[in-house]
Design a binder for this molecule. Sequence first.
Ligand code: NAD
Length: 369
Amino acid sequence: MGPPLRTMDILEQMSVQDHEQVVAFQNREVGLRGILAIHDTTCGPALGGVRIWKYASEDEALADALRLSRGMTYKAAISELPCGGGKCVILLREGMKRAEAFEAYGQMVESLNGRFFTGRDVGITDEDLQAIARTTQYVAKEPDQALGDISEHTAIGVWHGLRACLEFAGIAKKGSRVRVAVQGVGSVGMLLGRILKREGMELVVADVNAERAAEAAKELGARVVDPTEILFAECDVIAPCALGGVLSIETVARLRARIVCGCANNQLTKPEAGDELARRGIIYAPDYLVNAGGLIRGAEYFLLKRADSKPSLERIHERMLRVLEIARERSASTARIADELAETRLKQAKTFRDLHWGDKAGKPSGSSN
Ligand code: NAD
């Protein structure tokens, strides 16, 4: 007999933040291993990207899927979208037959029959998306002219959020040299950089991929700093656009920026880091509020069949201002206010569903089984 299975641990972890479903999937022939977490579908089917990453362990991959899928639910809720949150992580492994593995992943998504829609996240290439699209219709396939570039929608959304932060802080707009440090110039970071350059801002960039940092520096006229230093650069705004977990009590203590606003998911290591930002008077743009542009476009395209998400992306500005104002009134952190707003909408949606559909399983009242 091998070591004891840890199924109970998974169920236990799912119950902590009320996840609906976790799907572990594998295809040995092509070296595919992944975990899909569906957090909440009260407001509609779960939307969320797929990430491929070299996880140190299955536990780490599961934790990432659980955390990211919950973030998607909050993102959808605060953006008032008719969808819920899910996320998939694929464990990057040597010997993986990449195209076949993503086709197999697409088959798994297809088997869920529209309960989960997938798209791009960290590490996913255009070729991967094309492979997924060969086996499922439930994918934000790019380039798709009508859908547009999801990362670009995300970058535009972050910009609208940043505009609100700059206004709230009284930092001058176009023309003056607002200094922004961009951590990670991948898909979204680079697109955000282009917008900021167009708006006349002075940029500092860093990327663990030195080639990417150099390209960004050339195109954006930016200064490159070491990835270990970018967070603490002397600037007005720090835009975390790489991975999550960058804002801890310790790192917040060393920030020199007045605003933190970027696209990375799960920037705070824990809610207390958000409190510390508020205590230091640093404006924090809640990640899932300002990085919702891609999700907004995806939901409007797939679920509402809307041609143009521009007005909805612009609403990120108004939502960000509202959060800032409530946080000021209540002397609370913007992170906690955003959570409260998202949780209130979810609660309302659950009440509505239970009133109209009888019970929590979504069964119409009066049905006998
Ligand atoms: P990406 O993989 O294209 O870019 C990430 C970049 O960060 C890469 O260039 C990578 O080399 C760099 N990087 C990694 N670690 C770093 C570090 N420690 N310091 C500096 N650079 C580092 O990913 P992306 O699609 O641009 O997404 C970036 C972040 O935004 C992720 O956290 C993702 O979950 C989040 N996000 C993306 C979207 C989207 O539409 N793509 C939407 C919402 C949220």
